[in-house]
Design a protein around this ligand. Structure first.
Ligand SMILES: N[C@H](CCC[C@H](N)C(=O)O)C(=O)O
Length: 258
C-alpha cells in the first residue's frame, strides 16, 4: 500500500490527512490505521482523516481515532481538514462547507485561524455530579482545582470505563479562573490525554455556561496545545451558533509505503 499524506495539527491535536477524492484506501483495516497513527512504528497522530468529494458540500471528512476505529465528530480534525482542503484548492477561505458524521459544517479561515461551526446542543445532563453532553462526540465535563496538576490519564481512564463502559466517552477536566477556561482532555479512541480536543473544549465552554459559573457566551480557552475560543448564543434553553475558533497548521508531507 502506498499513499501520500499531509500531517496537520490544531493546538497540538494532530492528524494524518489524505486526499481521498480518487479513492483507493477504503479497504484500510483498523490495524493498518492504528499502525499509521502509532507514535513509534508509524507516522504518529491522534487521528487519521480522509478528505472525499461530497454532493452536498465542498468536501466530506471521514475521521478515525488512533485506535484505527472510525469515530464521531472531531473538532480539531475539522479545523485541520479546512486548512488541508484549502491547500487542495477546495472551497473558499471566506466560506467552506463539509459533511462529517454529525452532519453539515460551515467554516472560514483567515491568517491560519479556522472558525468552525459546530452543531446545536439541546441537552446537558448531570452525570455523577459532573456534566455530560454531545458536541458531535460524547463528553463528560468535570470541574477540578489545579487542573495543571490533575491526574488526567488515570482519572480520565477510570471515568471513561467505569461510567461509560465499552462505548466510552471523552473526559474533560476544567478550571475557570474568571477570565480563561483551562481544559485538559482524556480522549476516547486515543485512550490518553491529547494536547487539546475541539469537541471537548466546545463541551467544556457550554458546560461552564450551563453550570452558571459564568454567563459569558464567548469563552477564551487554554489547553496544553494552545489557545482556542468557543462562542455561542443561548436561546430557548439550547445552544446555537456554536463556533470553535483556533489555529490549524501544516506540519509535514510524506509518502507511506508498506
Ligand atoms: N476522540 C473523539 C473524536 C475526536 C475528538 C477530538 N480529537 C476533537 O478535536 O474533537 C471520540 O472518539 O469521541
Amino acid at each position: 500500500m502506498k499513499f501520500s499524506f499531509h500531517k496537520y495539527q490544531g493546538t497540538g491535536n494532530d492528524f494524518v490527512m489524505v486526499d481521498h477524492r480518487e479513492g483507493g484506501l477504503s479497504h484500510l483495516s483498523q490495524e493498518q490505521i492504528a499502525l499509521i497513527c502509532h507514535r513509534r512504528f508509524g507516522i504518529g497522530a491522534d487521528g487519521f482523516i480522509l478528505i472525499e468529494d461530497d454532493p452536498n458540500a465542498d468536501f466530506k471528512m471521514v475521521y478515525y481515532n488512533s485506535d484505527g476505529r472510525e469515530s464521531t465528530m472531531c473538532g480539531n480534525g475539522g479545523r485541520c481538514s479546512v486548512r488541508f482542503a484549502r491547500y487542495l484548492g477546495i472551497g473558499k477561505d471566506e466560506h467552506i462547507t463539509f459533511t462529517a458524521i454529525d452532519g453539515l459544517h460551515e467554516a472560514s479561515v483567515a491568517d491560519g485561524i479556522v472558525s468552525l461551526g459546530m452543531n446545536d446542543v439541546r441537552e446537558i445532563r448531570d452525570s455523577n455530579g459532573d456534566w455530560f453532553l454531545d458536541t458531535g462526540s460524547p463528553h463528560h465535563v468535570c470541574f477540578v482545582e489545579n487542573v495543571e496538576d490533575f491526574p488526567v490519564d488515570k482519572e480520565g481512564r477510570r471515568i471513561r470505563n467505569e461510567v461509560y463502559g465499552v462505548e466510552g466517552s471523552n473526559v474533560n477536566f476544567i478550571e475557570w479562573d474568571s477570565e480563561t477556561l483551562h481544559v485538559r482532555t482524556y480522549e476516547r479512541g486515543v485512550e490518553g490525554e491529547t494536547y487539546s480536543c475541539g469537541t471537548g473544549v466546545t463541551a467544556s465552554a457550554l458546560a461552564l455556561h450551563h453550570s452558571g459559573v459564568s454567563n459569558a457566551q464567548n469563552i477564551q480557552i487554554k489547553t496544553p496545545g494552545g489557545n482556542l475560543s468557543v462562542s455561542f448564543t443561548f436561546e430557548n434553553n439550547a445552544y446555537h451558533h456554536v463556533k470553535l475558533v483556533g489555529p490549524a497548521q501544516f506540519v509535514f508531507a510524506g509518502v507511506w509505503e508498506r
